[in-house]
Design a protein around this ligand. Structure first.
Ligand code: HSE
Length: 413
């Protein structure tokens, strides 16, 4: 019998235990042996839980129990999770985690320890909640060189943007609902400022391009500057605004990577991804575009990915060699001022004709947009594809005769 320990009994931990016992019989068939959760680690007391006999507050009880072969870390954050995971791997136990912060910050090191100890370190639940994406990238798309990977990677912000687009709902109200539904992080700043999506694109990029990308090297913007006015202009353009994490292979063995709100044309599969749903588009050199879609947050979808990793860890008691990447000095990350995209720009001006002439001079021909509530002194337009550096320089010139109210990159997926 394989014995499992679950570290953390919050939203994902309790979901993991629930899914495990609900489907235990079929999981055992899939794993090829009987399974049980021997311990649940949490500092809180759960006297009314049907699993109350399994709770412990002492990680060392788990670490020192040779019967426990799979440790499932669903606490989140770096402290104390990093020590718990590292110690478990070093003790020869496989580890399964949903902790994107930990994988994004320490993935290369933890994968290397797992390899050295011939155990597994799995983290399917760290990206896309219930969507299978980590295993498909390393085990199903391995014939491809991945040219680009892009996705709606945060359920909370997609939920908020959907409420803004569909219902004209304000930001705070939509965030509150997302929190009540258990989608948001404990501190929702990580969601709305793009930090959570950044961790996830770092994991996907590290796996896709084989070298660790650390979050601090990724240009990251959240959705707090997106306004209902921007959303309205998108109707005339036939597009939606989505928080996108993207990474693309460039020449010279470099990658471009970033997280920011982006204008996505309605024809794109990413534009129709609403509410808490996530979608990840993988552009392989043999497959072309493959899109993975599903619930990116929430108790049971995330628990589904965790439990599936537990079964994989039991089934494959030696290490999965294709799930790995090397540490890196980050020099392969292209400076973001060389990132290329078209841009949506919204501005206010006292003199429309003068500003239009300046816009033509610095941006060339642009496509002007309209919106139902467009103020007489406002212009909104889409530029050609330019580098970040050139867009910023052009905006500075336009700012002599107008006030730039908003700028959102336009991506083509
Ligand atoms: N807060 C995250 C989200 C949870 O909203 O996507 C899943 O990682």
């Amino acid at each position: 019998m394989a014995k499992i320990a679950v570290l953390g009994y919050g939203v994902v931990g309790s979901g993991t235990v629930e899914v495990f016992y609900k489907n235990r019989e079929s999981l055992e068939k899939k794993a090829g042996e009987s399974l049980d959760i021997k311990y649940i680690l949490d500092l809180r007391d759960f006297p009314d839980s049907p699993y109350k006999d399994k709770f412990t507050k002492d990680f060392n009880v788990i670490l020192n129990d040779p019967e426990v072969t799979v440790v499932c870390e669903v606490i989140g954050g770096i402290k104390p999770s990093y020590d718990f995971v590292k110690n478990s791997l070093q003790a020869g136990k496989s580890v399964v985690t949903s902790n994107k912060e930990l994988v994004a910050a320490k993935g290369a090191e933890l994968l290397s320890i797992a390899k050295e100890k011939n155990v597994n370190f799995f983290f399917e639940a760290s990206v896309g909640g219930g969507i299978p994406i980590i295993k498909p990238i390393h085990a199903c798309l391995e014939a491809n060189e991945i040219d680009e990977i892009a996705g709606i990677l945060n359920g909370t912000t997609n939920f908020i943007l959907t409420k803004m687009i569909r219902d004209g709902m304000g930001f705070e109200e939509a965030l509150k609902i997302a929190q009540e539904l258990g989608y948001a992080e404990r501190n929702p700043t990580a969601d709305v400022e793009g930090i959570d999506a950044c961790r996830k694109i770092c994991i996907l990029a590290s796996l896709s391009f084989g070298r660790h990308v650390y979050p601090e090297n990724v240009h990251t913007e959240g959705i707090t500057k997106v306004t209902l006015r921007d959303v309205e202009y998108m109707e005339s353009y036939g597009a939606k605004i989505k928080l996108i994490g993207c990474a693309r292979r460039e020449d010279n063995d470099e990658i471009s990577i970033g997280v920011f709100p982006a204008v996505i044309k309605d024809e794109s599969q990413l534009a129709g991804v609403n509410d808490v749903f996530n979608a990840i588009l993988v552009r392989g050199d043999a497959t072309g575009d493959v899109v993975f879609y599903g619930k990116g947050a929430g108790k049971l979808p995330t628990a589904s990915a965790v439990v599936s990793d537990i079964v994989s860890a039991v089934k494959h008691s030696d290490t999965s060699r294709s799930l790995t990447w090397a540490d890196s000095d980050q020099k392969f990350i292209r400076p973001f001022d060389l990132f290329t995209s078209a841009d949506y720009i919204r501005l206010a001006t006292e003199n429309i004709d003068v500003t239009k002439a300046v816009v033509k001079a610095v941006f060339g021909n642009v496509e002007y947009l309209s919106s139902k509530n467009q103020p007489a002194n406002e212009l909104a337009f889409i530029t050609d594809v330019m580098t970040e550096k050139d867009v910023l320089a052009a905006c500075e010139k336009v700012a002599d005769s107008a006030e730039i109210l908003g700028r959102i990159r336009v991506l083509d997926y």
